[in-house]
Structures are given as structure tokens and as C-alpha cells.
Ligand binder design. Sequence first.
Ligand SMILES: Cc1cc2nc3c(=O)[nH]c(=O)nc-3n(C[C@H](O)[C@H](O)[C@H](O)COP(=O)(O)O)c2cc1C
Length: 152
Amino acid sequence: MKVVILSGSVYGTSEEVARHAKTLLDAAGFDTWYNPRASLDELLASAPQALLAVTSTTGMGELPDNLLPLYAELRDRLPAQLRGLPGAVIGLGDASYGDTFCGGGEQIRELFAELGVNEVQGMLRLDASESVTPESDAEPWLAELITRLQAA
Ligand SMILES: Cc1cc2nc3c(=O)[nH]c(=O)nc-3n(C[C@H](O)[C@H](O)[C@H](O)COP(=O)(O)O)c2cc1C
């Protein structure tokens, strides 16, 4: 199964989590594609069979700038090729921001719903105010995702 990873990051933490997810998915036998600067055409050309989004939150609940072009293109075009694919979201944030905690991840969940991507597992929220080891914190959730995708 071809798993495509998207990421949005200001300081690089989400990209580290995305790269760690790629390592674990590859080790589990998936064909994982990750390009942090992917355009929509490149993403579609990679023929995704599942989507994993990893994004932090900036401003007041906003997506990082480097994910905005792909986000806008996906919303504008709503490619039919993605409809029905299994998907999941890892949101990075900081709970001290209150109501906007992991707001970037929430925006991607809404986008997935518009695209018809089927969220197969609840969003993982990684809280920078609680932990400084987001990659290892994501491992149990990723192990569960791997089991779900293997069954999909
Ligand atoms: C200027 C700024 C604004 C932020 N705004 C939010 C926010 O609204 N909600 C939230 O949950 N986290 C917020 N954060 C926390 C980041 O999302 C968190 O530190 C994350 O781990 C950063 O990951 P990155 O290195 O991939 O960008 C903010 C951080 C900064 C520096």
C-alpha cells in the first residue's frame, strides 16, 4: 500500500515526526512517499492509497505557511482520486494556547472530510507543553495506525 505523508511545520518538529512515521511505516512494509514541499500534482502522481498528515499550529490556530499552498490546491480541486482513501492526522500544538490547541490539525481533518478521505483513527494531539519527545510519543499511535492500514 502506498502511504503518502503531508506535513506542515514552522520550526521543523512536524517534519521530524513525519520522517519518523515514514521510517516506521517503511519498516512495516508500506511503500511510503514523503516530500515536505510536494505540490498537488506531485502528490497525485505518487498514486496515494492512504494519507497521513502531520502538522503543527501557528498564529491563533492556523496552519503553517508551508502547508497553505497544498491545502488551498486540495480545497480548490477536491481531486476525486483521493475520495474513499483511508487517512489519519497527527496534530502538533501547545495546550497553553487553549481553544486553538492543535487547530492546524483540525483544519486538515475538515479538509479530509471535504475530500472524502476516511479518517480511520482519531487525531493524535502532541502537546509541546507536556513533552519534548514528539517522535517517540507518536510511536504507539503509529503502531495502531499500521495495524488499521494493514487491515484496510
Ligand atoms: C507563534 C506561535 C504560535 C503558536 N500557536 C499555536 C496555536 O494556536 N495552537 C497550538 O496548539 N499551538 C500553537 N503553537 C505551538 C506549536 O504548534 C508547537 O510548538 C509545535 O510543536 C511546533 O511544531 P513545528 O516545529 O513543526 O512548527 C504556536 C507556536 C508559536 C511559536
